[in-house]
Design a protein around this ligand. Structure first.
Ligand SMILES: *Cc1c(COP(=O)(O)O)cnc(C)c1O
Length: 369
């Protein structure tokens, strides 16, 4: 018997997260420069110049531990979101917050509900805690929100073991979203002793009129947790800052579980500065809308189906040649994201790039196809 055999079974059975390939890695492998990454839903415009300045200042004192209570960031978020500081939990990316939540509620006796095709991290954190997965069948391929969360199917899974429900709105990798009325109705039907996470990683990108801000329901629902991130529209994925909004009591709970310095100094400074640049956020949103439109038009013209998206990516059905097309794009220095690990092998998820990146994508796809 080896030391590996003594490790927890649920850990040995975990599949590691498979991230998008880093640009430098592909450039090194192919001996090229200027590879394009459209694989991890990063902001193609980079980040705000205010962030760059704040980073230069903050980097003068990286010998110091960060503010473990993230005082300034919580103050700025509280102002912006009209919420109290004691309702905010900062994390090392929102993935860290999802992990804190799972560890606060799940053990071998508990179960978490999430949808088929939901963001992979829900399955990972559930399994890492030894919790049971209650996976709800998603909407079908022809539904209005193809492969999206079926809230009725999720509701039907609630039983005595259920401790936690994960909802991504919008969901990654499908881009599907839930409307105000259906999501509100769902939350009202979940028993109060079960925690509900609404993951709003793409919140700032969504422009649908009936898309809800779940944080407006926190007062009414003390079992509700909303998670957001600086990784997406704010362009700070490399600095790892995300957060949860919840009741002060839940926030207090997460504060006990978290590592003391889970928000790093550069990330905290950058996130504060990012909140000061509303113009950059607006510009990012506009680029995204234009890019999504370009992509939809192009794929429609070429006869490819895609899942309608409210995020900063489009998941396109390339059929059985998906893996080959992915490889061919890679050989040409364009990184997109296969989603076979989500059991969607016929699709590739493509992040919205700049107009010039998208034009290169289309040119290369034309040659490949
Ligand atoms: C990208 C993403 C996150 C954010 O991850 P970070 O850890 O904050 O970088 C969370 N949820 C979903 C659904 C995502 O797509």
């Amino acid at each position: 018997m080896s030391v590996i055999d003594t490790a927890l079974l649920q850990i040995r059975q975990l599949q590691p997260y498979s991230p998008g390939k880093p640009v430098e890695e592909l450039e090194r492998e192919l001996g090229i420069r200027d590879a394009i990454k459209l694989a991890s839903n990063e902001n193609p415009l980079g980040c705000s110049p205010l962030v760059t300045e704040a980073l230069a200042r903050a980097s003068e004192h990286i010998e110091l531990y960060p503010d473990a209570n993230a005082y300034y960031l919580k103050q700025r978020l509280a102002q912006k979101l009209a919420i109290r500081e004691n309702q905010i939990t900062i994390g090392n990316g929102s993935n860290d917050v999802l992990d804190l939540i799972a560890r606060s509620f799940l053990d071998a006796g508990g179960a978490a509900i999430y949808s088929q095709y939901a963001f992979m991290v829900y399955a990972m954190v559930t399994q890492a805690c030894g919790g049971q997965a209650q996976v709800a069948a998603a909407h079908g391929a022809c539904a209005k929100q193809p492969y999206g969360h079926d809230l009725n199917a999720m509701l039907e899974l609630v039983n005595d073991d259920t401790r936690l429900v994960f909802i991504a709105n919008p969901n990654n990798p499908t881009g599907t979203w839930l409307q105000q009325d259906e999501l509100k109705g769902f939350i009202e039907q979940i028993p109060q002793h079960i925690a509900i996470v609404v993951d709003e990683a793409y919140f700032e990108y969504v422009e649908m009129a009936d898309y809800p801000d779940a944080s407006s329901w926190l007062e009414m629902h003390p079992n509700l947790i909303v998670t957001r991130t600086f990784s997406k529209i704010y362009g700070l994925a490399g600095l790892r800052i995300g957060y949860a909004l919840s009741s002060p009591d839940l926030c207090d709970l997460f504060n006990r579980v978290r590592q003391p310095f889970n928000g790093n100094a550069l990330g905290l400074a950058a996130a504060c500065a990012a909140l000061d640049d509303e113009a950059f956020v607006e510009q990012s949103r506009r680029n995204n809308q234009q890019g999504l439109q370009l992509m939809q038009n192009w794929f429609e013209k070429k006869g490819f189906d895609y899942i309608p998206s409210s995020g900063n990516f489009l998941t396109v059905r390339f059929g059985e040649n998906s893996a080959d097309i992915n490889q061919a794009l890679m050989q040409r220095g364009i990184i997109v994201r296969p989603v076979a690990n989500y059991k969607l092998p016929d699709f590739l998820r493509i992040s919205v790039g700049t107009q010039s990146q998208l034009e290169q994508l289309f040119t290369n796809l034309d040659e490949i196809l």
